[in-house]
Ligand binder design. Sequence first.
Ligand code: MUC
Ligand code: MG
Length: 367
Amino acid sequence: MKIAAIEAIPYTIPYRHPLHFASGSVHEADHVLIRLRTDEGLVGTADTPPRPYTYGETQKSIIAVVEDIFAPQLIGVDIFDREKVQAILYRTVHNQTAKGAVDIALWDVIGKVLGQPVTKLLGGYTDSLRVSHMLGFKPAPELLALALEFREKHGINTFKLKTGRRPLHLDVEAARVLREGLGEEAELYMDANRGWSAVEAAEVLRRTADLGLQFLEEPDDAREVLGRRRLAANSPIPIAADESAANLGEAAREILTGGANLLAVKTARSGFTEAAKIVGMAEGMGIDVYIGNQIDTQVGTAASVTFGAAFAHTAKRAAELSNYLDMADDLLAEPLVITGGRIRVPEGSGAGTAVDEEKLSHYRTDR
Ligand code: MUC
Ligand code: MG
């Protein structure tokens, strides 16, 4: 069975609660839905979040690279020749999330053809994941109120605090208020999205040393190699690579050069194929991973659950899966549910990414 067409459909859904962080802000999900059709009429679906401040992609650039570069080369390729598809995609540099979505749409259609959930094809380790919720910039009392609400409503007790602000005491205070208000049992970690220098990050680590934080993600710009290496070597908690490890090669480099000792894995930027390679490499090196969030919709989150539940190594830690709750609406045909702080793997064949056609017609912006 062959790839017959790949569509890139722009759509916009507003956020009820915009998210602010050190590298940018999100007020609306101006994403691109990827649909890969086979010559027998089956369709695979995936979501693409443009993150110009992270990968340099925009809604328009994603549509252009998918329609003008990927689709002409992929049409006619057998859907099971995944490494051939990877080789074609990687002839083009960058465009991380566009590549990731084409790969996920391909896996979705493979699952449908085989009549199997993709999570089983990938590994089938478990049927649910523990959820971590990402808290954007807000005054400390509001952050605590929000975290308590998520714990009460959804049973979530793991929180990622967006940091990287100046003056540093804003984030130090936020972490302290969360720890005091949530208690010892809550899992807390920080993500600075490169907002600090290595020296500032070291100061924050000193000032939060008594708060039992799990790890610090992307404290500074990892390209400032010596500062990052010194920070990671002297940090009492792991330093996690997110945007500095956007692909397999970068993930290997960050681990080997000592820039990080923990990895965020995001299906939105790695698809399933490259994400699986990153997870295997990390496991072999004794490096823990966790499923990160690209400020995903439910369609993107369903893909993350499908992937994260497939492997023992990704299922160990809480996965960032709940920020779709900040959106005013979504496209996923079977809405996700978080109960007792967990999300179950979507049922049925494919990657669980099927969309509600009426909602897509309503939110698409190309007609
Ligand atoms: C994260 O972990 O950094 C913020 C920007 C982005 O691209 O993803 C988010 C979450
Ligand atoms: Mg991050």
